[in-house]
Design a binder for this molecule. Structure first.
Ligand code: TXA
Ligand code: MG
Length: 331
């Protein structure tokens, strides 16, 4: 199968809709990462997503809808806080888990009684979702366990020959996947951290907690959190900020035997690593989120060993970014 990359316009959207309505897959941009979409009502089409990505079939998918879509067609909204959260942050990098009305196929929800639902804010994505006007279920458009894609080329690198069309909406600006919030109980629970933080949700909903999934040693509630994720295809290792001397010893020893070694770290740490190969991620967490996946992918073609140095974690955004960076560099 030849994989086309097309800019988003009337013609390419018509082609995308035709492919989806015939049970095919289309990759599309969002403000977080690129998604690999199928018609959410088609068990046959949704099954293709698992096959193409090599994704475990117990890891459910998010349904994406346009901003004017009435989500009560797909899910039950049982708690008052849900509308407050929705009003404040949707469209945006946020996914709500609600009781499913089973319009979206159970192949997508992996037989859970809940459905994860998201309204991306990326303008090209909104156009795409409005054109199809149906729920599009989509995971990130990477090979399972690889770094999430933030450009059309990244999707092509992972999935060329396996899907017919990638809609090109430029580089994603948010950089890490949406915050996932379980809204089925009395208190909204964060299942996966992201750029919409607990503090931000607490401000509008009055309450919000992290789920057990994010507490060390407890069973994860978002099934996908148990899998290894976001890994570049080079050896990686992560060091603490107070352990730079040890990291430097590893760097020197590996370099001495002819390995191409790079550090990947924030700009503050980079300034301390004189005469080393360094991939600089930026200063603020927002900036680092924006760069992270692009830089992790770029490392794959230039080095044998990538040494991460932990970020400074002071707030919810830092925590979300460090969560992804940690998973990528723990090897
Ligand atoms: O930003 C994003 O969320 C991107 C873009 C494409 O929208 N999507 C994304 O999808 O990151 P994916 O498949 O890589 O991650 C979806 C996560 C998984 O951890 C999965 O277990 C969880 O969402 N999930 C999906 N449905 C769920 C449900 N009903 N209950 C709990 N967790 C669910
Ligand atoms: Mg993913």
């Amino acid at each position: 199968m030849r994989t086309k990359i097309l800019p988003i316009n009337e013609e390419s959207l018509a082609e995308a809709c035709e492919i989806l309505l015939c049970d095919g897959l289309v990759a599309f941009p969002t403000e977080t990462v690129y998604g690999l979409g199928a018609l959410g009502t088609s068990p046959y089409a949704v099954m293709k997503i698992f096959e193409v990505k090599g994704r475990p079939t117990d890891n459910p998918l998010i349904a994406h809808v346009h901003k004017d879509f009435d989500i009560s067609e797909l899910v039950e909204v049982e708690h008052d806080y849900v509308n407050k959260i929705k009003e404040a942050f949707m469209p945006g990098p946020l996914t709500l888990v609600l009781k499913s009305k089973e319009i979206v196929t159970s192949v997508a929800t992996c037989n859970l009684d809940t459905l994860a639902i998201r309204m991306p804010s990326h303008p090209g994505c909104q156009e795409f979702l409005a054109a199809i006007d149906m729920p599009i279920v989509a995971p990130s458009a990477n090979r399972s366990m690889h770094v999430s894609p933030v450009t059309a080329q990244h999707v092509y690198d992972d999935l060329s020959g396996k899907i017919p069309l990638i809609l090109d909406g430029g580089m994603c600006t948010g950089g890490i996947e949406s915050t996932i919030v379980d809204c089925t109980g009395e208190v909204p629970l964060i299942l996966r951290s992201g750029l919409i933080t607990r503090e931000m949700i607490q401000d509008v909903a009055g309450k919000c907690e992290y789920a057990d999934a994010l507490v060390e040693g407890q069973a994860p509630k978002a099934p996908g959190m148990k899998y290894k994720h976001y890994s570049p295809s080079v050896n990686t290792m992560m060091f603490g900020r107070d352990n730079l001397a040890e990291a430097r010893k590893l760097y020197d020893a590996q370099t001495a035997i002819g390995k191409m070694v790079y550090f990947i770290c924030d700009d503050t740490i980079a300034a301390e690593l004189n005469n080393c190969n360094v991939i600089k991620l930026g200063s603020s967490s927002e900036e680092i989120a924006d760069n992270l996946y692009e830089k992790l992918r770029s490392a794959e073609s230039i080095c044998d060993l990538l040494i991460g140095v932990e970020l400074d974690v002071n707030n919810g955004v830092d925590r979300a970014v460090m969560n992804r960076f940690g998973k990528a560099c723990k090897g």
